[in-house]
Design a protein around this ligand. Structure first.
Ligand SMILES: Cc1cc2nc3c(=O)[nH]c(=O)nc-3n(C[C@H](O)[C@H](O)[C@H](O)COP(=O)(O)OP(=O)(O)OC[C@H]3O[C@@H](n4cnc5c(N)ncnc54)[C@H](O)[C@@H]3O)c2cc1C
Length: 304
């Protein structure tokens, strides 16, 4: 199916893009076009005007400061997956970008578009939530930031206003933290049936002489995408992990008890059901992938 007709503008600066977005009613920015154009072709969305922002080089690139990794909105998934800075300090985001789609999608789609789009099956939102990240947005009234927990409101619904641009994604870094992302792919689309990201702040105990120093979790962030109507944190898992000591191979009970709380507070209507899923299936997968995400985070921590 062809998209309805629309006007097309190519912005040459962020200010120009904002002007075009505010003066053309219903206008939408377009970046990698891998999210919006498929929906225009199926008629699910039909913006009268597109504002192409791909020439705005200032919105690209990855910057590591003392306390954060900052990723420009136009940075592609492939650039994020290959970034040493992201892998080192925000591993869950690098792993999520690496798991996303196929090479063509990873080289076209952008982090700003992925997060503004609010697709409940997308990979990056779980990493953003677990990493306590935030979006930097620019609108006619200047800049504002929105934290991950205030961003996702439903399938294709976020708190980014249609006249705002995501300019960057900010991920705080900490020496004592490690993170990971694991995913069960939808075999048909490649999107996440269930994707779980975890970030643990760890305090390492004294070596017991056998090379085993058991970390205690001081702060835990665990978040899911794909399985729920919108990406969300899993507070039961976080509660169970915080304060727990994870004793290497013998930590099974702790991690399993935490994973078992992944479905806590989720009702049947909170699961994102389509022709390939059911609440029962997702309820089954969620603890499994939560367990894997926590274990992978520990592995990543031990490797750091
Ligand atoms: C075949 C295929 C497979 C895919 N598989 C996956 C997958 O497995 N996992 C996954 O997470 N994603 C997947 N995607 C989605 C894709 O990777 C993109 O991340 C996503 O579609 C949005 O990024 P984009 O840059 O293409 O945004 P666009 O399509 O250009 O825009 C998407 C939305 O975001 C808005 N937008 C874009 N940039 C900005 C900005 N800077 N500020 C404000 N609003 C903005 C647009 O107005 C639009 O509403 C897949 C896509 C395709 C086509």
């Amino acid at each position: 199916m062809y998209a309805n007709e629309f006007d097309y503008y190519r912005a040459d600066s962020v200010d120009h893009a904002l002007e075009l977005l505010t003066t053309n009613e219903g206008a939408r920015p377009i970046a990698g076009s891998h999210g919006l154009v498929p929906r225009m072709r199926t008629g699910e969305e039909s913006p009268p005007t597109l504002v192409d922002i791909t020439d705005l080089g200032a919105l690209s690139g990855i910057d590591r400061s003392d306390d954060a990794v900052s990723i420009g909105a136009l940075t592609t998934h492939a650039e994020i997956a290959e970034s040493e800075a992201v892998f080192e300090d925000a591993t869950a985001m690098a792993e999520a970008a690496n798991e996303l789609g196929d090479p063509q999608v990873r080289n076209g789609g952008t982090i700003g578009g992925n997060l503004a789009h609010g697709d409940a099956r997308a990979d990056l939102p779980a990493a953003l939530l677990a990493l306590d990240g935030e979006l930097v947005l620019r609108g006619a009234d200047g800049d504002r930031t929105v934290g991950a927990t205030d961003l996702f409101r439903g399938h294709f619904r976020t708190t980014v206003d249609a006249t705002e641009l995501v300019t960057a994604v900010r991920l705080p870094v900490a020496d004592d933290a490690a993170s990971a992302y694991v995913k069960r792919r939808n075999p048909l689309s490649g999107y996440a049936l269930v994707g779980v990201a975890a970030r643990l702040h760890l305090e390492w105990g004294a070596d017991d002489g056998g090379g085993n120093d058991d970390p205690t979790v001081t702060t835990a962030r665990v978040a899911v995408t794909g399985a729920t109507t919108h990406p969300t944190r899993l507070p039961g898992v976080e509660d169970e992990l915080e304060g727990a000591t994870l004793a290497g191979a013998s930590d099974d009970d702790v991690v399993l008890d935490a994973a078992a709380r992944a479905t806590e507070g989720l009702d049947e209507g909170d699961y994102r059901v389509d022709v390939q899923t059911s609440p029962e299936y997702l309820e089954h997968l969620l603890p499994l992938y939560t367990e894997r995400a926590v274990r992978r985070t520990l592995e990543n921590a031990r490797e750091r």
